[in-house]
Design a binder for this molecule. Sequence first.
Ligand SMILES: Nc1ncnc2c1ncn2[C@@H]1O[C@H](COP(=O)(O)OP(=O)(O)OP(=O)(O)O)[C@@H](O)[C@H]1O
Ligand SMILES: [Mg+2]
Length: 352
Amino acid sequence: MNLPFLSREQLVVGVDIGSHAVKVCQLERTEKGYAVVNLGSSVLPEGAVDDGTLNDPEAVGQIISELFKNLKIKSKKVGFSISGYSVIVKKVNLSVMDDDKLEEHIMAEAEQYIPFDIEDVYLDFQDLKTNTAESDRTDVMLVAAKKEIVDGYLEMLESLDLQPVLVDVDGFALENTYEYNYPKNENVALVDIGASKMNINILTGGVSVVARDIVVGSRQLTDQIQNAFDLGYEEAEALKLGFTPAAEKQAQIEAIFTSTCTQWVLEIKKAIDLYHSNHPDEPLTKLVLSGGGSKVVGLTDFLASETSLPVVLFNPFENMVINSKKIDTEYLKSVGPEMAIATGIAIRPSVI
Ligand SMILES: Nc1ncnc2c1ncn2[C@@H]1O[C@H](COP(=O)(O)OP(=O)(O)OP(=O)(O)O)[C@@H](O)[C@H]1O
Ligand SMILES: [Mg+2]
């Protein structure tokens, strides 16, 4: 018997190209849910990717092909995701129309909604079908991504003999993996703190109502440690991660952590306040942190005390099948927060 939902080929390999590291995740569908087939990550050369732009496609390509080789991934179909200034996600409220009419309307009116020349972007949309018996208006999610940026990723991946078949958006991928692993009916803020950006996505009943990218992240800590002690990038990164003892630098490093985390928390609180002012009857129930920056020691407690909300670290493998003979569960636990976006992409079927 050939059950389509048991076919591994249906899912893409998720490739999350961050500014610090590339994360790769391959899943398969089983009767018990998604199973982790393969995963890994590799640090990129400094500056190779910046604010969602591939500055050095050759170096990034080399890292990705080595990662695929080391992980022995044979599948060619990959999905990647974009973020930063090159992508605009916007919700617009329109009269209910069938899909053809909606497409026509969006193509004609898109420039009203997005600050880019329509010729320069790939446009996509989804009717969220929020119309009710009382209202014939519906919310439509618009995504506009700069062709130049997306084409850069496509060319780089194709040059590695891979087939990029899916383009996701970081915030959507995060939402996707959250919904698979956790109950849908809560009001939660998903916060991914990477090396150079923080993505905030607030969901109520499974619908995204606040979504933003802010240019802060764990790289700020490295930069400040570099400046404070006149160090190179590698040395500062090792100090930040506690790989080298801070010794007499301890107090100054702590001050850097405190001021930067305070800034992150302020940004998160701003998004929460915006949410609460628009949804006074649906208070947030928790904050879910992901990305490497979420591992800053003490951040979850600090955020919990500042927001009076429970704060948890995102475990994208919470509901997944793990073969502990093949995959080290301790490793999974430690890389979970960084892998959230890659797993969200890897859940997508290769043919939609
Ligand atoms: N324990 C830790 N404390 C502080 N920072 C950490 C810790 N562990 C990892 N990081 C930092 O997290 C960052 C990597 O996280 P992640 O892989 O989520 O970033 P990225 O996806 O490459 O970046 P971005 O999404 O911002 O482009 C690095 O800056 C790394 O130093
Ligand atoms: Mg990232």
